[in-house]
Design a protein. Structure first.
Length: 296
């Protein structure tokens, strides 16, 4: 496997990325004066009700920047680039490519914590106070490459969208600064290894026997749901009230819901078949009595 030697300053590179999260780093590299010889992204796919062919967000941005786009990963070997930059590409890069063209990858966690597919979500669910981004060497094993540089980002009470925005900005800053300053010898990852497995619908289902703080972490991911009168009931935003809850978990008092520890104060909800609405507006018209329990 080839290794990167880059003394700093503008470089001729290839860029591999697919979703919206990979657009800002591409634009940052171009703005910083790097010569992006080729952008590789997923092929156009049919999306929406009309099933029209739609390009990836990275392809749209690349064409807007006047860059050459390919859907064939092997094309990176024919453009005489110094190295590749990978951000959320979504495909394994084979050794036959890495042996000829070394690559760095932006990973959205502080490795080795949260290797894998859902590092942002897992950091929030675990109650981590801090996460960050790493600029790492691509290795054969997933997310196990040595790290060139990293940058911390505080999580606080960020929603998933807010944290994603903060990490994207951090990745742009880290990438541009690291390439401008030059890439020194990367350091092996150290510390406890944790894995960020992909989430399923079950991970977003609220169990009100859990503490309010844990339930609110799920809500901050944007897809939390339960049931009310047998119908799906989404909770879009809430806050935690640590006072003793007392009643049966899931029971409702105004816009508060009892949990296994504390209360969850609802802020924005979405009953099945309706648009999101403030919890207070919903509560005024909702059919709720003393026996009503969410999730039953």
């Amino acid at each position: 496997m080839a290794h990167i030697t880059h003394p700093g300053g503008p470089a001729r590179i290839v860029y591999l990325g697919t979703p919206e999260i990979a657009v800002a780093p591409l634009r940052a590299l171009v703005d910083a004066g790097h010569d992006v010889a080729l952008v590789v992204t997923n092929p156009d796919r049919r999306r929406g009700r009309g099933k029209d062919l739609m390009p990836t967000p990275v392809k749209i941005a690349a064409l807007d920047l006047g860059l050459v786009v390919s859907h064939d990963l092997d094309d990176v070997l024919g453009v005489d680039a110094s190295f590749g930059v990978v951000v959320a590409f979504g495909h394994i890069i084979g050794n036959h490519i890495l042996d000829s063209l070394p690559m760095v990858n932006i990973h959205f966690s502080l490795l080795p914590r949260w290797r894998g597919a859902a590092p942002l979500e897992r950091a929030i669910l675990a109650g981590d106070e801090t996460t960050g981004v790493c600029l790492m060497e691509i290795a054969e094993a997933l997310d196990e490459g040595d790290v060139y540089a990293r940058r911390d980002v505080a999580i606080g009470e960020c929603t998933l969208d807010e944290l994603r925005d903060a990490l994207v900005q951090a990745s742009c800053d880290l990438l541009v600064q690291s390439l401008n300053d030059g890439l020194a010898t990367p350091e092996p990852q150290s510390g406890e290894v944790t894995y960020a497995r992909k989430l399923t619908s079950d991970d977003f289902a609220l169990d009100f026997k859990e503490p309010a703080a844990q339930l609110n972490r799920i809500i901050r991911l944007g897809r939390a749901h339960t049931t009310l009168h047998g119908k799906r009931f989404a909770i879009k935003a809430a806050s935690v009230d640590d006072t003793d809850s007392g009643p049966t978990p899931g029971s409702i008092d105004g816009v508060r819901v009892a949990t296994g520890q504390g209360w969850l104060t609802l802020e924005t909800v979405q009953p099945e078949g309706k648009k999101p609405v403030s919890a207070r507006d919903w509560r005024r018209g909702a059919r709720i009595d003393a026996d009503t329990v969410l999730g039953v």
